[in-house]
Design a binder for this molecule. Structure first.
Ligand code: ADP
Length: 203
């Protein structure tokens, strides 16, 4: 098997409910494939922490667990994907989460003549993700990790983002991974599933 064709980078998404471990696995995948991990949640939190105009606009929305409006989110991702480090591949974490965002990403990819290589779906049941998020609340103090807000985020995910995954599934690009277990075990599952999908990382 040759891996030559993947050395010029891969374009991936990672999706899953809040608390499934997307950020952690995104870091591992990005390092393995030599691509930037781009998290819309991180971009928003950084802007909130720095008190930028964008941060001021989204602070209340993010803290309450709702979704930032599509026009704003789409603009931020379009800008970020134009930066040099994303030209030869990227992993998007937490985007797209709505059908309008899917349409925007399709447009961005078509404009650059690229396609998505895979959508990594991390699964985890509700009790487990709530447990993890409550633990993260103690460790990191994220404003959206209180029990009420966590529940709201799960509901929003169910209503708005599960249909997005279903749409990608119909395109045959979804690689589904059980997100339960130790971090290393989950990473091994993710990387071997991507290799099976034809995306072996070149050494
Ligand atoms: P999690 O998936 O664990 O909830 P994220 O860091 O991915 O955490 O997202 C945190 C928050 O940032 C979301 O609840 C939402 O308010 C906002 N956000 C992140 N990505 C998007 C997006 N693609 N569209 C709209 N809002 C988003």
């Amino acid at each position: 098997m040759t891996t030559e064709h993947v050395s010029d980078g891969v374009r991936l998404l990672i999706v899953g409910p809040p608390g499934a471990g997307k950020g952690t696995q995104a870091g591992v995948i990005a390092k393995t494939y030599g691509i930037p991990a781009i998290s819309t949640g991180d971009i928003f939190r950084q802007n909130i922490a720095e008190g930028t105009e964008l941060g001021k606009k989204v602070d209340a929305i993010v803290s309450s667990g709702g979704y930032v409006p599509d026009t704003l989110t789409n603009e931020i991702v379009a800008d970020r994907l134009q930066q040099d480090d994303a030209r030869d591949g990227f992993l998007l974490d937490g985007y797209p989460r709505t059908e309008e965002q899917v349409a925007e990403l399709d447009r961005i990819l078509a404009a650059s003549g690229n396609t998505l290589d895979a959508v990594v779906q991390l699964t985890a049941d509700r009790d487990e993700v709530v447990k993890r998020l409550l633990l993260r609340a103690e460790q990191q103090g994220r404003s959206d990790d209180t029990e009420d807000v966590i529940r709201h985020r799960q509901d929003v995910y169910h209503e708005q983002t599960e249909p997005v995954i279903a749409a990608y599934r119909e395109r045959g690009v979804v690689v589904s991974i059980d997100g339960l277990g130790a971090i290393d075990e989950v990473s091994d599952r993710v990387l071997s599933a991507l290799a099976q999908h034809g995306l072996a990382a070149s050494a």
